[in-house]
Write a protein that binds this ligand. Sequence first.
Ligand SMILES: [Zn+2]
Ligand SMILES: [Zn+2]
Length: 211
Amino acid sequence: MDLYRPAYPRSRGAAHYRRPGTSASYCGRTVEAAPTEEKYVTGVCRTCVKAEQRDRVAAEETAADRAIGGPTLAERAGMRYALVGKGRRVHYSNNDDTLCGREVTEYTDGVDQRHSNLCALCIRAAEERAYARALAAASPLAAAAVDLAETVEQADTDRAAAEEEARQAAAMVTEAEATEGTWRGEWIGATEATGHLFSLTPDREQGALFT
Ligand SMILES: [Zn+2]
Ligand SMILES: [Zn+2]
């Protein structure tokens, strides 16, 4: 960042930072057209240092979302841009809350004229998510672990289904036996009745014999 002396400096004094695109410093002084050197100044104005830092951080945050020729951080983290209330910052969200824990008021397409800065907390959280997603995508081991987990889950589902099938089959057998038992019981009863009937015949025969 270039250092500027106020226009028409009376003596060596503090240098200032020029607000980009203007002829004034961040602290509101009109500055010389050309930048100066450290040896001509005694230090840098605190107001200008703070303001310039704020601007630079905001610019870096906005840049963090833009990878030249690549997907944005929002895309890499699977996030949407969101606004909170009348706030001027743009946040990331993948549900009704932002990554920094605020309630989403509305979703937006990204930074614009009115909402020119991204939320630093959201950026940090999104970077972590993007990193985790990239790791999962890049690591065959992680992918294998996911596959295995799904296979085990499938096996569990299959076993549960097989057990249920066996249980139902057992229930049907039991039911069939019970029915059979009943039928058998009836049959036994009938046999006994028949036996009784038959027993009458020998009686009769016996009777006949005796007759
Ligand atoms: Zn200044
Ligand atoms: Zn946020």
